[in-house]
Design a protein around this ligand. Structure first.
Ligand code: HEC
Length: 231
């Protein structure tokens, strides 16, 4: 009798203790993003650095967005990316995503031709993010609107969030944003601000992605207010 009481007690204790143990997979596909501290230069952040690459280069219409889901693969957000089972934190050799973006074979590489492959910088970021655990993290990027220049803030923002769909090979809506003349012409005709601020009458950009932050929109606005110079 006494023994069984002890056993029951132990059982309850184990159950209670287990419930308070941290989850073994700290970032399951459905867990919300963690972070908010100022960005650390040695860390790659999923929400800031990695998701824009997937959204502009992979989750396009006809490829890996929810409607097209080529080969069943949807790459629109953390949940879908991790749920493919093709990425495992700490192990870049696991799964097909890292191997296809770095493939040397034109029939295997993603994004496939005529789209340009990811840049060396984008690939390096994805590698580091996987090595650092493939977490759903974000940081406060301290978006810099002081002395806005095309060659600095504007070009970086376009590179991070737009040129996967708007480059010379793959021109969404006939617009290429990987060069000054393409970017300045849509700035000056009003479509750049109209589309990123989701103004009525414009197609909302980035297509299929989350709306730019107020500070990011301000970067484009300040550049336009200055006459969209090539500075
Ligand atoms: C996932 C692909 C994708 C991404 C990412 C994307 N675009 Fe687009 N964009 C398109 C496509 C496709 C069109 C043409 C849509 C149409 O004509 O229906 C387009 C159209 C536009 C237009 C014309 C809008 C209009 O109302 O005429 C502008 C301006 C534009 N994009 C700017 C941007 C900017 C700036 C970004 C980054 C912040 C961006 N896009 C990110 C695919 C994308």
């Amino acid at each position: 009798m006494k023994k069984s009481v002890v056993l029951i007690f132990l059982f309850i204790l184990t159950f209670v203790a287990c419930k308070h143990l941290p989850s073994l997979t700290p970032h399951g596909p459905n867990d919300p993003p963690v972070g908010g501290a100022p960005c650390n230069a040695d860390t790659v952040y999923f929400q800031n650095d990695i998701l824009p690459i997937f959204q502009s280069s992979c989750a396009k219409s006809g490829c890996h967005n929810a409607a097209s889901h080529r080969e069943g693969i949807i790459l629109t957000d953390y949940n879908n990316i991790i749920s493919t089972g093709e990425i495992r934190g700490g192990d870049p050799s696991h799964g097909n995503i890292y191997s296809t973006i770095t493939s040397s074979s034109s029939s295997d590489i993603m994004p496939p031709p005529p789209d340009a492959p990811l840049t060396a910088d984008q690939i390096a970021k994805i590698l580091k993010w996987i090595e650092q655990g493939a977490l759903n993290n974000y940081c406060d990027g301290g978006c810099d609107t002081v002395d806005v220049k095309y060659s600095l803030q504007v070009k970086t923002l376009l590179a991070n969030k737009c040129i996967g769909c708007h480059n010379t090979a793959s021109t969404g809506g006939g617009i290429s944003l990987d060069n000054y003349s393409g970017a300045s012409s849509v700035a000056i005709d009003g479509r750049l601000i109209g589309s990123v601020s989701h103004a009525t009458g414009y197609i909302q950009m980035p297509q299929g992605g989350s709306k730019l932050s107020a500070c990011e929109i301000k970067i484009f606005q300040l550049w336009l207010d200055a006459g969209a110079p090539n500075n």
